[in-house]
Design a protein around this ligand. Structure first.
Ligand code: CP3
Length: 344
């Protein structure tokens, strides 16, 4: 049967009259219904591990807006927690983790295949969503890319320049690479189980890829993504994979070919015409409206949305923001963006 889901058609390389659309962090604090369900769960991590409520917040933006894809509600830092790191969130500040900076710290981590008990509720969220999503909506699973996850495991928190991870990479490359390997193996197993539980597409978030320069980018962003992609393709040849090497700049050129991903997600630092010429030539791209428009709205939002659509109109494209929507966004601006994209 010919594929009917718009998202999967674009990922297969089809150029559509109007692109499918979804939004990074589409279930989030800009929505009052999200905040209500999070309060019901108690806190963010309890929400992630409560399969019924995680499925509910995943469905909220689908009901409100009819996006073409739903991304399961979870977080990239659940993998370090499943490997044995302590994880908590400080309200208004962000994540905190116990740090891995020594061989002894690394040796205390669990093996990659020991993560699944802790992550079982995530697989259950996907099974619920497979049953409950509308027929036309594509279900996306995800994980953090090894470098980005490692930056949090090493520093114990988000950092402006990923300094602690760069320091460990230079001072103890053996330990750094062992940590990256452990995350890579866990990520392959985690994404494979997500696919078995119903994810139709998986996305690898390398939010801090941009701080790796030159050959370090190739070794620590591109190569782990290639390894994960090739292992997943061997097990699940029909499941499309989206890579997101955020901030990679010129390193976006050739990234899809070198890693085997079916689509690259573009950040809003990239000029869309440049990306169409240099990146979309190799296949489907996703992006890349500046999330700030979801706060400011109005005619500039309409103009910028049309410009992104126009730039990518000669090839396969999935419309999205260039990064996650922020908590101060106005839900009405999201509707305006969707109406503008779908008006063609
Ligand atoms: O996109 C979605 O709607 C799916 C769910 C999702 C979340 N986090 C929920 C979340 C996804 C795909 C992520 C990915 C994620 N998590 C990334 C990569 C993408 C990116 O944004 O660059 C990163 C780096 C993280 C780690 C993380 N989680 C941070 C740094 C924070 C704190 C910052 C913040 O926005 O508060 C989180 C918390 C988080 N993850 C929230 C949500 C909805 C907000 C928590 C809350 O409700 O209080």
């Amino acid at each position: 049967m010919a594929e009917t889901k718009k998202m999967l058609r674009a990922l297969a390389g089809e150029k559509l009259d109007t692109p499918p659309i979804w939004m990074m962090r589409q279930a989030g604090r800009y929505l009052p219904e999200y905040k209500a369900t999070r309060a019901q769960a108690g806190d963010f991590l309890s929400l992630c591990y409560n399969s019924d409520l995680a499925a509910e917040v995943t469905l909220q933006p689908i009901r409100r807006y009819g996006f073409d894809a739903a991304i399961m509600f979870a977080d990239i830092l659940l993998v370090p927690q499943a490997l044995g790191a302590d994880l908590w969130f400080v309200t208004g500040e962000g994540p905190r983790l116990s740090t891995i900076t020594t061989q002894a710290g690394f040796d205390a981590l669990k093996p990659a295949d020991a993560i699944h008990d802790k992550l079982a509720p995530i697989y259950e969220t996907l099974r619920i969503l497979s049953r409950e999503l509308p027929d036309e909506t594509t279900l996306i699973g995800f994980a953090g890319a090894p470098w980005t996850v490692a930056t949090y495991m090493i520093a114990g928190r988000g950092t402006p320049d990923q300094g602690p991870a760069h320091a460990l990479r230079q001072e103890n490359p053996v330990l750094f690479e062992a940590l990256l390997d452990r995350i890579t193996e866990a990520t392959i197993d985690y994404l494979s189980n997500q696919i078995k539980a119903g994810a139709e597409v998986v996305k690898l978030f390398d939010s801090w890829a941009g701080s790796l320069k030159g050959d370090d980018f190739n070794k620590y962003a591109l190569e782990p993504c290639r390894r994960i992609t090739s292992a997943l393709k061997a097990r699940h040849p029909d499941t499309p994979i989206i890579g997101f090497p955020r901030g990679a700049g010129e390193k976006y050129i050739g990234f899809a070919k070198a890693t085997g991903v079916d689509c690259v997600a573009l950040d809003n630092g990239l000029n869309a015409d440049w990306a169409a010429e240099h990146v979309q030539v190799d296949g489907c791209v996703q992006g890349n409206l500046d999330p700030a428009h979801m706060v400011t709205g109005g005619q500039p939002l309409i103009d910028a949305t049309r410009a992104v659509v126009r730039s990518f109109s000669n090839g396969p494209h999935i419309f999205n923001l260039g990064h996650g929507i922020t908590p101060d966004a106005n839900p009405e601006n999201v509707q305006l963006m969707i109406d503008t994209v779908r008006a063609g």
